[in-house]
Structure formats: C-alpha cells, structure tokens
Design a protein around this ligand. Structure first.
Ligand code: GMT
Length: 383
C-alpha cells in the first residue's frame, strides 16, 4: 500500500508512535510518505520505503498567524496526487483530521478517492480538543474520518463523552519494539555509574514537562524515597515546566542528586539503567513512555489516571495511586527498592506486560484496518 502519515514531528508520544508505525509498515514492504513540517525525531536513518515531504509554510507581512492548515492540506493534495497514495493516516486530531478532510474533498474533484484514518492520542480530545474554540471542527472532522482509532479504551470512552461522535471508534493500543528496548544494563554500566556513582538506585521520569505530567510530584516522590533509600533522579525531556522544576530542586536542596539530561534520542539506553519509572500524570490516554520503560524491565510507579491502568497493572508491573497522592507513590517506590526479590518479580511482570503490546501484535491490526477502509472506498466508487 501507499500510505501517507501525518503527525507532529517533535518529541510527543503521538509523533513517536506515528513514526514507529511508519517504519514498521515500511519494513513490511509498504510505501510510507511522512507529511510533516520537520523531519520526525525518530526518523533518523535512511529507509528505502520511506519518503519525507516537508510542509512549507510561507509567511507574508499580513499574516500574524501563517495559515499552516492550508499549507498542510495543499501538501497532502500534492503527495496524494503525485505519489498515488491509497490512504492517509493522521495522528492527533487537531488540525490533522480537518486538513485531511479538506485534502480528501479537493482530490475528489479530480476523481481520486482517498480515505483517511484518524488516530486519537489523548490531549487532542481531553485537553485541547474539548476547548470550545476547537470542538466543532474536531467533532466534524472525527465524524468525517473513514475510520477512527483510539490508543486505549479510556480514550475511546472519553471521546464519546466529550463529543457527539456517530461512528465506531476502534481501540488499537500503542506498541513497543521490545527488542529495541531490551535491557542492556551491563553494557551501559559506565552510563549508570555516571548517574549513580555509589551504587544508588535510579528513579527515571521522561516527559515533555507540561502541567499535565505533574513533574513537581516526581520531585516530591523522589525526596520522600531519598529519606529511606540511596537514590538518584534522572529527568529526561524538556518543556515549559522545566525552569520551575529546576528552581524547586534548588529550593529543596536536591540538585546534587537530580540530573536533567534534556531530550534524548536513545531512550532505550536511558530506560536500561533505571530501576523505577515514575509517571504521576493528571491524565494519560496510554503512557507510551511507561510501556517503553516496561520493555526495559523497569517497573512503573504511576497515577491511576486515564488509560494508565490498562498499561500498568497494579502489583504486577508496578503500582497505581490516585493523582496527587505522592505519599502513596513514594511508599510504593520505597518498598520496591528495598525488596530486591519483589523488584525482580515486578521487573519480570513489566517485561511480560510489554510483550502484550509487542509491535508485531499491533501492526497487523492497523494493516487490517487499512484494507477494510480501502475496500469500503472501492465499494463506494463502484456504486
Ligand atoms: O503526553 C503528551 O503530552 C504528548 C501526547 C502526544 O500526543 O504527543 O501524548 C499522548 O499520546 C501518547 C501516544 O499515544 C500517549 O502515550 C500519551 O499518554 C498521550 N498523552 C496524554 O494523554 C497526556
């Protein structure tokens, strides 16, 4: 198949997932065309079946806001027509679903039928999409999608609760390449020693440092654990809350034990040296970073918000606590770090759970959906 993938190319989970999906589809022989405003971060090597089309957004003195959506739709039209795309798969509803709808309408005037699939990722529904400035367009474009998927049951339910959706939303879970994230702690001992030179345990948090991630809770949990266990905190990622978190570390006199390493491309290395992954978010539709940690045998201490209970199984792969309950999260983390036998059992549980979301189990679900959508489109032409 010739598949167009539209996503945010930055470090967010939706872009990561879309890029990994495109790479996996290309490995299976599909022609994959990424349509994004910059090279997706995980698209860092040449692949014979992958093409990248940059969305250029020309500016003009009249524009306070350059019309990105128009540029994106026009690029979609160009790629559909010149690369003979069979379908478009857009990740994150805003603005990708409405731009795909427009592109579909434009090419239909030239006799081309190109269906589009919208995958909902989380904040496009729960945070941004619900805002009344976007909701009518989001509702319309989701309903106009030829198929809709959500990355968890929770997100599917949230979408039905927040919008008037008339179509079926299929749940296709996020996935992980467990081979890539296979724990290599012995090989990476030098890295571990650089972070924890005296054999301390390592707590890890990876995010885009936005309010929804509750990074201050990570620091509070760390402070409590540190009272009982020699431990270091590794903070990976960057975002608007980072300066406040750095100030918090200074005020709490924790800077010596907390390492900010910014955005990292080799997340598998970072995951490999961690003992526990901490994700206390206000909401996660899924928690892809937690899944990648589990694939590296890292148990997860998380909140029980959104789709996290579908990923992190309480008492098997880590622990769940109510949002904001830092005492409970710290207690769970401390208990685990002080009990090597329990930690080993949970590490095994985490890896087993990650295998359920193995890339090879999930990609065929997308391929089956593509077939179904294309067949439906062909039937509509025949009528
Ligand atoms: O977590 C973010 O803020 C980034 C966001 C995105 O769309 O890039 O992530 C969402 O999509 C990920 C991939 O499906 C999910 O694993 C995250 O849980 C989800 N984030 C939220 O729901 C807050």
């Amino acid at each position: 198949m010739r598949i167009g993938i539209v996503c945010y190319p930055t470090y967010g989970g939706s872009g990561v997932l879309a890029t990994e999906l495109g790479k996996a589809l290309a490995d299976k022989g599909h022609m994959v065309h990424f349509i994004t405003y910059q090279q997706p971060v995980r698209l860092n090597a040449f692949h014979a079946n992958i093409y990248y089309h940059e969305v250029q957004v020309p500016t003009y003195p009249l524009f306070d806001f350059p019309p990105y959506e128009s540029a994106l739709s026009s690029t979609m039209v160009d790629v559909i027509l010149n690369q003979q795309l069979d379908l478009l798969h857009v990740h994150y509803a805003i603005p990708h679903a409405s731009t795909a709808y427009l592109a579909k309408q434009i090419v239909s005037k030239q006799g081309r039928t190109v269906p589009f699939i919208t995958t909902l990722h989380g904040t496009d529904i729960t945070l941004v999409g619900k805002d009344k400035t976007y909701a009518p367009v989001v509702t319309f474009s989701i309903n106009e999608s030829d198929a809709i998927t959500a990355v968890s049951n929770n997100l599917r339910e949230e979408t039905y609760k927040s919008f008037q959706i008339e179509k079926d939303i299929e749940v296709i879970y996020n996935f992980v390449d467990t081979e890539r994230f296979k724990r290599r702690d012995k090989e990476l001992l030098h890295f571990r020693n650089a972070i924890a030179p005296n054999g301390e345990k390592i707590l890890l948090h990876v995010s885009n440092f936005r309010k929804v991630k509750r990074v201050p809770d990570v620091v509070k949990i760390f402070q409590k654990v540190r009272e009982k266990v020699p431990v270091k905190l590794l903070l990976v990622g960057d975002g608007p809350d980072r300066p406040a978190i750095e100030a918090m570390c200074r005020d709490m006199h924790l800077c010596g034990d907390i390492r900010f390493v910014g955005k990292q491309e080799q997340l598998e290395d970072v995951m490999s040296i961690a003992d526990l992954f901490v994700l206390p978010s206000d909401y996660e539709s899924f928690g892809l970073a937690a899944l990648e940690a589990m694939a590296a045998e890292v148990p997860v201490i998380s909140s029980n918000a959104g789709g996290l209970p579908e990923v992190n199984i309480h008492g098997k792969t880590g622990y769940l606590s109510p949002v904001g309950d830092v005492d409970s999260m710290a207690e769970h983390a401390t208990r685990l770090l002080l009990d090597e036998e329990l930690l080993a059992t949970m590490r095994k549980g985490a890896l087993e759970q990650a295998q359920r979301f193995h890339i090879n189990n999930i990609i065929p679900q997308y391929e089956a959906l593509y077939e179904e959508v294309m067949n439906r489109a062909l039937e509509s032409i025949d009528k």
